[in-house]
Design a protein around this ligand. Structure first.
Ligand code: COA
Length: 531
């Protein structure tokens, strides 16, 4: 494969401005992540320490192999949403335990006792989906006050899915290991009850359908935490626990030991040895502007993400607003589709053809989104932009190879769909801080609303309240702009996390490696393409 030639001018004013803008946005990201890592705050962390307990993140660290990465998923779930807490009360991600890539979750028990709110629940379901889609074992580090009681209506019904999923993964021979450190009450008791391997920590675990006060109310029986649901009782009498851990560190050791003997083998290996990009990934900071009206060449991104900066481009001369080609990322062969402008009929058809080719060969796909949508206007409608865009959406929908999406800028309109947005089930979806996502831009949306209102008033023969319209437009524009931001998107779980552009290659590498756990069938079967 030929090495891409970069035209990035690292001494230019544009580069300097882009870099400055991106670094400022990364500063904001760091503060938000620090807030997420702080859990419930100093008071609760101190209380944890006094009780001689490990913090949830310390548990994860002890569980992981020395030197293992931890690709945290949705660390900013719920960020900025009142009463939720950054992270949604759950920590989750992918890391290596006893040489095996696992999905690891830990209740953020310094925050509301680890109670589960609707955002934490969404995150938990997403993590379960990652385990199921990629075929990974799961390890849950449990200490939770159960349902976030004032918000129980938001989680009670969908919460059932978490337990359903454990058993379905078990049936699919995807092991689940659960270590109980503290409270795991009521519905929460079914996580240890349903997991393939359950470890309970002596003196910490409290697993019962109802705690002593409720039992007393219900039946008049007087009992205590330990005899009702302690680790010893469950390990020696009820059999809900398979292993009695002497302390928290022992519980983590036992989890590592279990993973070491589950006889785990990955389905596929990298296609070749990994090679660092020829161009420095650090320069990714200056490629894209925070102002999405400033275009950039996605080849500059590709050159700083793929092995040796080598890229075998497909149909270079045709449909040039969609760059397609093959490359390796950490040794894994991938097909890349990247937006270099609006999608036209030609670029859409090219994308559909490229997806078909990659599926025939069983090559995973990486989408780099920076898309304002499909081209509009009479000429393009006549040229069949709808049916040609539909081909791209058809191909993405029916593709069976793993798909990975990286938002490197805009994601507007149906371009989001054709380029494997969240609804198209990419295995992982990461975003850069400059990302914006919406049906259309705030300015455009407010403008469209104005035209509709003016036409309606004209039809009804009414005079328009110009002052009222201007105010409505201003409010709508501000609302759409806010809802389009990367922070808004990530806090709602529309992605798997905002990443530093410099980490793109490694995030994709971990994702590719995780997806290699399970075999996938290439396909030549598609929905009907309209010609
Ligand atoms: N929903 C919402 N908030 C909860 C909560 C829940 N299920 N459980 C605890 N919290 C809150 C507490 O109100 C407290 O908030 P505050 O500090 O602002 O007053 C904070 O979380 C910490 O709780 P606290 O009881 O002080 O912590 P602890 O570490 O001493 O005890 C538990 C933790 C989990 C043992 C205890 O909070 C508890 O028993 N909770 C209820 C468990 C339960 O029965 N859940 C029902 C499951 S469906």
């Amino acid at each position: 494969m030929e090495r891409l030639r970069s035209h990035l001018r690292t001494r230019s004013e544009t580069y300097r401005q882009n870099r400055e803008g991106m670094l400022a946005a990364l500063g904001k990201l760091d503060s938000a992540l620090a807030e997420s890592r702080a859990g419930g705050g100093d008071k609760y962390i101190e209380r944890f320490r006094q009780r001689g307990k490990l913090l949830p993140r310390e548990r994860i660290e002890l569980l992981l192999d020395p030197g293992s990465y931890f690709l945290e998923v949705q660390p900013l779930m719920g960020h900025g949403i009142r009463g939720v807490g950054s992270g949604g009360g759950l920590i989750g991600g992918i890391g290596i335990v006893s040489g095996v890539e696992c999905v690891i979750t830990a209740n953020e028990s310094t925050l509301k006792g680890g109670a589960i709110n609707e955002w934490g629940l969404k995150k938990s379901l997403r993590l379960a989906e990652i385990a199921e889609q990629n075929g990974l074992p799961t390890i849950s580090l449990i200490e939770s006050a159960g349902a976030d009681l004032p918000n129980q209506s938001q989680i009670f019904v969908p919460g059932g899915e978490t337990f359903r999923d454990i058993t379905r993964r078990s049936k699919a021979r995807l092991p689940s290991v659960c270590v109980v450190f503290g409270n795991s009450t009521a519905g929460g008791a079914y996580a240890p009850g349903l997991s393939d391997y359950t470890i309970m920590v002596d003196g910490g675990a409290k697993v019962f359908l109802a705690g002593p006060p409720l039992v007393k109310m219900a039946t008049g029986e007087v009992t205590d935490d330990e005899s009702l649901g302690g680790a010893r009782m469950h390990s020696r009498i009820s059999g809900v626990s398979d292993y009695l851990a002497t302390d928290e560190a022992d519980g983590l050791r036992l989890a590592r030991e279990i993973i070491a003997h589950i006889k785990w083998k990955k389905a596929t290996a990298p296609d070749q040895a990994s090679e660092a990009p020829f161009y420095d990934p650090d320069e990714l900071l200056g490629v894209a502007s925070m102002d999405l009206r400033v275009p950039f060449d996605q080849r500059e991104v590709i050159a700083r993400v793929v092995d040796g900066s080598r890229f075998a481009e497909f149909k270079h001369e045709y449909g040039q607003t969609l760059v397609c080609g093959w490359a390796h990322i950490h040794g894994y062969l991938v097909g890349i589709l990247a937006n270099n402008g609006v999608l036209f009929s030609e670029s859409s058809e090219k994308g559909a053809q490229f997806i078909q080719l990659s599926n025939q060969r069983g090559i995973p796909l990486v989408f780099l989104q920076n898309i304002t949508g499909f081209m509009v206007g009479r000429q393009y409608e006549e040229g069949g932009i709808i049916k040609n865009g539909a081909k791209l959406i058809n191909a993405v929908s029916n593709s069976t190879v793993p798909i990975f999406t990286l938002m490197t800028g805009a994601s507007y309109g149906a371009g989001n769909y054709g380029m494997a947005g969240r609804a198209y089930e990419p295995r992982f979806l990461f975003t850069w801080p400059n990302h914006r996502i919406a049906v259309m831009g705030g300015e455009q949306l407010a403008g469209v609303l104005e035209i509709i209102k003016r036409e309606a008033a004209e039809r009804a023969g009414e005079t328009l309240d110009e002052g009222g319209l201007a105010t409505t437009k201003k409010i709508i524009r501000a609302q759409i702009e806010k809802e389009s931001e990367a922070f808004y998107a990530t806090s709602r779980g529309w992605d798997d996390g905002i990443i530093d552009p410099r980490d793109s290659r490694n995030a994709l590498g971990v994702a590719l490696s995780a997806a290699a756990a399970r075999p996938f069938e290439p396909t030549t079967s598609w929905g009907v393409f309209r010609h």
